[in-house]
Ligand binder design. Structure first.
Ligand code: ADE
Length: 244
């Protein structure tokens, strides 16, 4: 069985529409949807925003279901000029940009684990699945919601993702992130905490992030609509390729 997590319901809405033989379980104020997606047994849950909410949900998911892997999917703010709204980032390394336990540990080091970042598994397979989806999407882009968000030629990128309990919407904060964690290409609020729990429970983890904003003064777009249309349809298309 495969666990699929997002932060918001909108980010998995298209998956929930496609899910067959649905059963739901409520725990810890979360709803776990089990069923079949493209002939694979899956459990889908949205955690709500932030590292605490997503870590708690991941722990519950791992303990309650016999999972082969967890895939996180959702939106992120791009912090490199070459990343545009509508691009897909498949995560490589995940950092917690707000973790700083100095002088006891180095900046960004996860206490006890002696690591500054967690690495994803199955990234190359997910990267292929995304590249294939995006190539197809570009062919019929004028028939999608892409133009509404000025998305013209989306691409797939493999890179480092940073997470923290902050919505980033200023050039100054982007500058600081780029200086402190120069390999980071996008920012969000859950990936690194889910990656840490998956590491601790020996569960393979991978992550899809769709760029919804550029983490600057214009970062507050119609998030819910972007997630519901672009992000959740991308996730559906990418996972369809990934499962087949
Ligand atoms: N998720 C999507 N955009 C984000 C941003 N700018 N900061 C943090 N999380 C995000």
């Amino acid at each position: 069985m495969i666990g699929i997590i997002s932060a918001m319901q909108e980010e998995v809405q298209a998956l929930l529409h496609e899910l067959k033989d649905i059963q739901t379980t409520e725990k810890g104020k979360r709803t776990y949807f089990t069923g079949t997606l493209f002939n694979k047994k899956v459990v889908i849950v949205f955690s709500r925003w932030g590292k605490v909410a997503s870590a708690a949900t991941t722990t519950q998911l791992i303990n309650d279901y016999n999972l082969d892997e967890i895939i996180f999917t959702g939106v992120a703010g791009g912090i490199k000029p070459e990343l545009n709204i509508g691009d897909v980032v498949i995560g490589k390394h995940l950092y917690q940009h707000d973790l700083d336990a100095r002088p006891f540990y180095k900046k960004f080091e996860i206490p006890i684990l002696k690591m500054k970042y967690l690495e994803t598994k199955n990234a190359s397979k997910l990267l292929n699945a995304s590249s294939k989806f995006i190539t197809d999407y570009n062919k019929y882009i004028e028939k999608t919601e892409a133009l509404e968000f000025n998305i013209t030629a989306p691409k797939t990128v493999h890179g480092d993702i940073v997470s923290g309990d902050q919505f980033i919407s200023s050039l100054e904060k982007i500058g600081r992130l780029n200086k402190q964690l120069p390999t980071a290409i996008c920012v969000e609020m859950e990936g690194a905490s889910v990656a840490q729990v998956c590491y601790e429970y020996d569960t393979p983890f991978s992550i899809i992030r769709i760029i919804s904003d550029k983490a600057n003064d214009n970062a507050t777009i119609d998030f819910s609509r972007f997630a519901n249309t672009i992000a959740s349809n991308y996730a559906l298309g990418i996972l369809k390729n990934y499962f087949n």
